[in-house]
Design a protein around this ligand. Structure first.
Ligand SMILES: [Zn+2]
Length: 47
C-alpha cells in the first residue's frame, strides 16, 4: 500500500508528461499544438 501511495503521489506531481520542444511548456496530455507558442514539436518528456 505504501508503494502504491508513493506512485500515486508521484503521478499527481508529474503533470508535464509532454513538453513543447520550442518553448519548454509542459502539459499533462499530448497536444497537437502548443497553446503557448503555437509550436508543433510536442514530445513526451524523459523520465
Ligand atoms: Zn511551445
Amino acid at each position: 500500500m505504501g508503494v502504491i501511495s508513493a506512485l500515486l503521489g508521484r503521478l499527481s506531481d508529474e503533470r508535464t508528461e509532454y513538453e513543447c520542444r520550442d518553448c519548454g511548456s509542459g502539459f499533462p496530455r499530448r497536444r497537437q499544438v502548443c497553446p503557448d507558442c503555437g509550436g508543433y514539436r510536442i514530445e513526451r518528456t524523459e523520465w
